[in-house]
Design a protein around this ligand. Sequence first.
Ligand SMILES: [Zn+2]
Length: 495
Amino acid sequence: MDRPGKPDLILLGDVVTADPSRPRAEAVAAAGGRVLALGARAEILALAGPGTRVVDRGGEEILPPFRDAHLHLLPLGRQAGRADLHGLDLDGLRTAVAAHAALHPGEGWVEGAGWSLDALSLGRPPDAADIAGLAGGRPVLLFSHDFHTALVSVEGMALLGMLGDRPPMVPDFDRDRDGRPTGLLREAAVFAAGGAAQAAMTEEDDREAVLAACRGLLARGIAACDDMDGGRTLRALASLRRAGRLPVRVRAAIRPADLAVFERTGLPPRADDGGLRVAGLKVFLDGALGSRTAWMLEPYEDDPGNRGLRTLEPGALEDLARRAAALGLPCFVHAIGDAAVRAALDALEAAAPGLPHRIEHAQCIHPDDLPRFRALGIAASVQPGHMATDIPVADRAWGARGARAFPLRSLLDAGAEVVFGSDAPVEPADPALWIRAAVERTTPDGRPEGGWWPAEKVGRESAVRCTVEAPLSPGAPLPPSTAGRGGAWGEGATS
Ligand SMILES: [Zn+2]
């Protein structure tokens, strides 16, 4: 055993600290999973004792532990139980759903996720007839890529009470000219249908799904995350935390439906180690770009007359912000269109100034609103992976307003706090993907050449700073093992 102060591990490599006062180093000394010292190779190697393991990672980068500032752990953990519909046309989708149902026999719901209007390219929204007869009479529920729309089969519509014989379990749904439901659900109805389909899941199923999601995060170097779902996700997180089984530090958002419980009982105390804490109230103010429901100041280029959807009545966000503030909680406001971002800033400024609020997504920001983030102390919680996927859609829907879309450089130049995340399972929880997207501003296959609205590219060190839980500095935790992606810490040991 080394005396306290002796490192048990020294890592050599290209150390990117995300600490502006010392952006790079050649070596890290650590003990008990925490950083002791950073510096030049010789300087750090001089600290080694007889029990110190030295790992030389050559020219490979050593990065701080990552934080995914916006994701959905329970749906992420359940993705394995859903058919993957990303990028499929209707024939591909039908084949994938039928194959998934055959591979997962039973009587319950058959779920899928990932379809988009663009990939289906039907020239019309899909409907229940498109997915008839795929699952041997079992109900089918297929979430769109952004989870803001879902398609439900006629068997599913019957179970959800959409066929008129009993009160519907979903608040609102599309109907055809004859008044029959088409099978297409939007926004709150998607959430309600998802809840109904998952009603048969037990709390143990929930805990296993959350753990599966956490294991995936750790494998990609993510040691901390912000979950956006509250409700049963928070119950599963709290139960895992109590049992000492939560492997990732989680800041959990609650939803408006959870408020009443905490207003009666108060918030659970914060864990000193940051293991789990309730950190904010997640509120939706608009829809999403892909569904043309993001709330815009001006109409969509490819849908004249449509400015998207405001999902809260005027004044409702202010009311929710005051109730959250009474519990000491800031708001995490889902706002994608420039009108939603402006309305969110207005409401938070008026109703609950001074709390560390966040705008989630903030995909399109009017230039007049950029300085308000810093002035109001409101952070922008952005997912660069959405940009990479949505560049072709944004070009069609927003045209020249792409200049104010994902304005990462402008936000940072304006002094705003910017935190990056994935929105998993909508996009993969993989920091390498979103850092690349922020730096290069291209689609996953590298288009357009030179980057999309390249004035808004950010440097790699800035992108890493928006992605870390804390900089690598003395006392800070080391990143989790990166086993499976470039080797575990133990590989390449020189002594
Ligand atoms: Zn989300």
